[in-house]
Design a protein. Structure first.
Length: 264
């Protein structure tokens, strides 16, 4: 972190008409360092449309209001945020060495430095999701793998909901192990509870985005949850290894990234 935002620091180039805000919002926007809108998730295949529905559901993405919508106001992060140029002078550039987590890390760094990120529901963008479960799996494993490093750098940004997917994966693995030893009660109870919650979430999402999506939605939700949970566990393991004496502290540097070029 290079510095902090001084008290009263504001965006000076955002008017009501430019930001698409209501008359009551300009003063709030002028006290922020970043503004962003709500994503309209869309898919161009049947599977993609089911994924889009799941990625617009709180059961799928937790409290990410830039995906689920809702009231405007201060949030943890946004997609495709609009920043004043001075933000980069104060807190530095994005960390390109944190694959699939560089935007979250940047926004957490901004908040740690005293900045405010504002969600403006009137600002909207269309996001075309992955079209296959395999693509969704790889995306969410990458998201999860990046999160522990981001939280290592910004521990104050940790929220309980971020721990739910890895906890679910651990409980699932332990329950499966007990079932293999002839004690199936735990996994039966877990499947019953998770299945009921998934059924309710799937019916809710299908009612909003199309009943035809209902048969696939449970698989989409499970793919997102398990992939993200496994990614978090893998990322946590990597962070732990890097913190051991005699090991390199940090994250994997992607070939061709700015960090790799600096290293070379």
């Amino acid at each position: 972190m290079k510095g902090r935002f001084p008290v009263g620091w504001a965006m000076s180039n955002c008017s009501t008409s430019e930001c698409g805000t209501s008359p009551g919002q300009p003063r709030q926007i002028l006290s922020t360092t970043c503004v962003g809108g709500v994503l309209r998730n869309e898919g161009d295949t049947y599977t993609g449309r089911a994924i889009a529905a799941a990625m617009s559901s709180p059961f799928g993405v937790g409290g990410a209001r830039f995906r689920t919508g809702g009231e405007g106001g201060p949030v943890d992060t946004v997609a495709f945020g609009a920043y004043q140029r001075r933000v980069f002078d104060i807190i530095g550039d994005l960390r390109e060495d944190i694959d699939a987590g560089e935007d979250d890390e940047f926004n957490y760094r901004l908040r740690d430095a005293g900045g405010v990120i504002l969600l403006v529901p009137e600002m909207r963008a269309t996001y075309t999701v992955r079209g296959t479960l395999g693509g969704l799996w790889r995306q969410y494993v990458a998201y999860g793998r990046a999160k522990p490093e981001v939280l290592r750098l910004h521990p104050s940004q940790l929220q309980t909901r971020q721990l739910v997917p890895p906890a679910f994966v651990l409980v699932l693995a332990c329950s499966a192990g007990l079932a293999a030893l002839g004690r199936p009660r735990a996994i039966s109870a877990l499947i019953a509870v998770y299945g009921a919650a998934t059924a309710v979430a799937s019916m809710t999402a299908a009612a909003r985005r199309g009943v035809r999506l209902l048969p696939l939605l449970p698989a989409v939700f499970a793919c997102m949850h398990v992939a993200y949970g496994l990614g978090v566990l893998a990322g946590a393991s990597r962070v732990a290894r890097n913190l051991l004496p005699g090991t390199r502290r940090g994250v994997r540097i992607s070939p061709g990234s700015e960090a790799q070029r600096r290293a070379d």
